[in-house]
Design a protein around this ligand. Structure first.
Ligand code: HEM
Length: 736
């Protein structure tokens, strides 16, 4: 298998090459704000409007023309990476699957959108070996369509074209994935080595995998084909598959459909041993032009028989460039024996080793036929009783298999795109799935005059500013930009499981929501235009904030854009929504000391990252919200103001002043007391996520802006902007 690289050896190499090292290199436990810098548009060559405009550009494409261009590339073998059987289709499917398969349901990170597979480290993962060539083959198509076709969409469309060309009917193609321009900083695991190094294994003794991870090895998309940490034990391998595919939001049936569907096509490549290959793209010289895994054992003209990728070798089917049920039939109808590939990797062969599969370089030469093979992960599907039952049913009913594969593939490649309203193009399937988190939009939405009336009705409920603001925050801040799920839209704050999350103070919420629902019902009773609870919750936040600013003697307007809908409980998959529950929300000074939880400061940056906030936006929001007194459990921690409930810059002035002496509270992990230096009187309590705005130099620099005598107007302006951004994170209609 591909050589593993020690992560720290890259760091040492950077040091040796006179490259500036991030502070993290010297103080690994220090706070790293780098993630939040990615939310600035500056590194995007198309500028800040790219995200907004991409969809319009994409709509100009003639998808049929693009499909033809891709198909031409697929069926034209190139001498620098010859196509197996003259068809790059299977290779392209693997590329699309690996781009999508990084998706993690727990934090929504990974997935197709952004096309992160173009960048280190994903591009360099041992599991993505050779896929650098797949993307390079597609460059002429990308070049032709430029800004109109992102890499993310091109990769998915290519997978779709490949499946169609080889005789499989997909549900349809969805576009709308704007590209990233830099490698996203994602926590992929604690390991310092990549697969296949034994220490890259991330699963604990009792089969646990730390949240939010999904891959069982650092450097793999999901599981080791040879079995957990190279142990060719199909039963243990099945456990790993269930764990890893479950983290990708796939159930047993979807998992089997994907693996059986995928391995119907193509082959594994292990012509030469690992020692023949150079490092991954990131470690190769510039003369390789961004390609890795150069094979110096190839002598003479390269053929399809020369390819080395995983080190395993062979196809699963005797017809690897057509959609058939052969994978299932071959798996179930043969006795499989453990053996090795030419490079020594564990793989399984049939007892008779019949030569029934074509040679990739000479597919029409009967004298060169080869035996088929299976991985330990494939045998795992046969041996596991639940997976086996599914396979046996599909062997009898091939149409059910095709249907299940089509649905699972569609979910795989669009799961990280969020709701259906983010889908683009003329080929979007009509069917709605519960995993798309559907929302019902009012047939006749409200207008600005209605908003004025609703503001009055909300003010008359008697709900306090604090109650209104914290309710709006609870709803909107459940959004995560990583996979565009959650948010105020849908009004799911009133539904299970969100209405029971500890961070939302469920008992208090029970007293607030009925009053807002009453506003909705009384308005809808007399108006032809209908308002959703989701709109009322967000509008309530605007009403509360404007009033809270008034209490500080400042008149502000918090913009409100109507246009949300509500969902029903039936449209809400409780288990899948539970994954959105915050275990920490620094903006409400909430932290749950779960075993899997990251320390409070990391959790704060992570939450800000999932809200798509920049460093100044995080700072102004957190400081402003503290003065609004909306902490979970109404805790006083970090409420550094004598006038709680009035929107002010007090948090910043009081966290920066030298008049306060801070002391850690004995026996408490994350609690501090602030004493007036002159009188010795205790004034405040605070947590890590409060005091870091005085302690961390970068956050202190931003806090100083708002604490300065001339910073007030900027504070109100920036606070309202950042607040509105969070309220509208799921308003994809406004972003276009
Ligand atoms: C090939 C592993 C699931 C599609 C391969 C290869 C490995 C592998 C090691 C050979 C790579 C090479 O040497 O070229 C696994 C494992 C899986 C899994 C361990 C999960 C247990 C899937 C899924 C799909 C898929 C879900 C798609 C839906 C493919 C295709 C190929 C392939 C099409 C052939 C590529 C080619 O011909 O170049 N897989 N895979 N695999 N895989 Fe998977």
């Amino acid at each position: 298998l591909i050589a593993s690289t020690t992560l720290t050896s890259f760091a040492s190499a950077a040091m040796a090459a006179d490259v500036p090292s991030p502070n993290q290199y010297y103080w690994p436990k220090g706070m790293n704000l780098a993630k939040l810098r990615a939310h600035d548009a500056e590194s995007d060559p198309y500028g800040a409007d790219y995200y907004t405009n991409y969809h319009k550009k994409f709509e100009q494409l003639n998808l049929q023309e693009v499909r033809k261009d891709i198909e031409k590339v697929m069926l034209t073998s190139q001498p620098w990476w010859p196509a197996d059987y003259g068809n790059y289709g299977p290779f392209f499917i693997r590329m699309a699957w690996h781009n999508a398969g990084t998706y993690r349901a727990i934090d929504g990170r990974g997935g197709e959108e952004g096309a992160q597979q173009r960048f280190a480290q994903l591009n360099d993962w041992p599991d993505n070996a050779s896929l650098d060539k797949a993307k390079r083959l597609l460059w002429p198509v990308k070049k032709k369509y430029g800004e109109k076709l992102s890499w993310g969409d091109l990769i998915v469309l290519t997978g779709d074209v490949a499946l169609n060309q080889m005789g499989f009917k997909t549900l349809g193609f969805v576009g709308g994935r704007p590209d990233d321009w830099q490698s996203e900083l994602i926590y992929w695991g604690p390991g310092t080595t990549f697969f296949p190094n034994k220490s890259s294994f991330q699963v604990g003794q009792n089969g646990t995998l730390k949240h939010p991870l999904a891959a069982t090895h650092m450097g793999l998309i999901y599981v080791n084909p040879e079995g957990p940490n190279g142990d060719p034990d199909p039963a243990k391998s099945a456990q790993m598959i269930r764990l890893a595919f479950g983290r990708m939001a796939m159930n047993d049936e979807e998992t089997v459909a994907l693996i059986a569907g995928g391995h119907t096509f193509g082959k594994a490549h292990g012509a030469h041993p690992n020692s023949c290959l150079s490092g991954p793209p990131v470690a190769n010289g510039v003369e390789h032009q961004g390609l890795g895994w150069a094979d110096h054992c190839i002598k003479g003209k390269q053929t399809a028989d020369d390819a080395s990728t995983s080190g395993l070798e062979g196809s699963w089917s005797a017809d690897p460039i057509h959609f058939t049920t052969q994978y299932i039939d071959n798996l179930l109808n043969n006795d499989w024996v453990l053996g090795t590939s030419p490079t020594g990797a564990h793989q399984w062969h049939t007892k008779t080793d019949d030569k029934i599969a074509p040679d990739p370089a000479n597919p029409n030469d009967p004298s060169k036929m080869r035996p088929i093979m299976m991985f330990t992960t494939d045998i795992a599907l046969k041996n596991d009783p639940v997976y086996h039952k599914i396979l046996a049913r599909w062997a009898e009913h091939p149409n059910e298999f095709a249907d299940a594969f089509a649905r699972a593939w569609f979910k795989l490649v669009v799961r990280d795109m969020g709701p259906k309203s983010r889908y683009f193009g003329s080929e979007v399937p009509k069917e709605t799935f519960v995993w798309q988190d559907p929302v019902n939009m009012p047939a006749k939405p409200i207008n600005q005059a209605d908003v004025r009336e609703l503001r009055k009705l909300i003010a008359a409920t008697g709900l306090s500013d604090r109650e209104l603001i914290k309710t709006a925050w609870a709803a909107a801040s459940s959004h995560r930009v990583t996979d565009h799920r959650g948010g105020a839209n849908g009004g799911r704050l009133a539904l299970m499981p969100q209405n029971g999350w500890a961070v939302n103070d469920p008992e208090e919420l029970k007293t607030i929501l009925p009053k807002l629902e009453k506003v909705r019902d009384s308005f809808n009773a007399h108006s032809a235009r209908k308002v959703a609870l989701a709109d009322i919750i967000v509008l309530g936040g605007s009403v509360g904030i404007e009033d809270a600013a008034k209490k500080a003697g400042v008149k502000i307007q918090v913009p409100f854009a109507p246009g949300r809908g509500d969902a029903t409980q039936d449209q809400t998959d409780v288990n899948s929504f539970n994954l959105l529950e915050p275990t920490a929300d620094a903006f409400r000074n909430y932290y749950r000391a779960d075993a899997d939880n990251t320390p409070p400061l990391n959790a704060m940056v992570d939450k800000a990252d999932t809200l798509g906030l920049t460093i100044p936006e995080m700072t102004v929001l957190l400081g402003g919200l503290r003065t609004l007194d909306i902490n979970t459990g109404h805790s006083a921690n970090g409420v550094l103001t004598k006038n709680p409930g009035a929107l002010s810059t007090d948090f910043f002035t009081n966290v920066l002043t030298m008049d306060t002496r801070w002391e850690k509270v004995a026996g408490q992990e994350d609690l501090y007391e602030g004493f007036d230096r002159a009188s010795g009187q205790k004034q405040w309590t605070a947590t890590d996520v409060d005091l870091v705005f005085g302690a961390n130099p970068e956050l202190r620099a931003v806090a100083e802006v708002y604490a300065s005598n001339d910073g007030k107007a900027k504070f109100y302006n920036d606070f309202v902007k950042a607040w509105t951004k969070v309220m509208n994170l799921d308003r994809f209609d406004l972003q276009r």
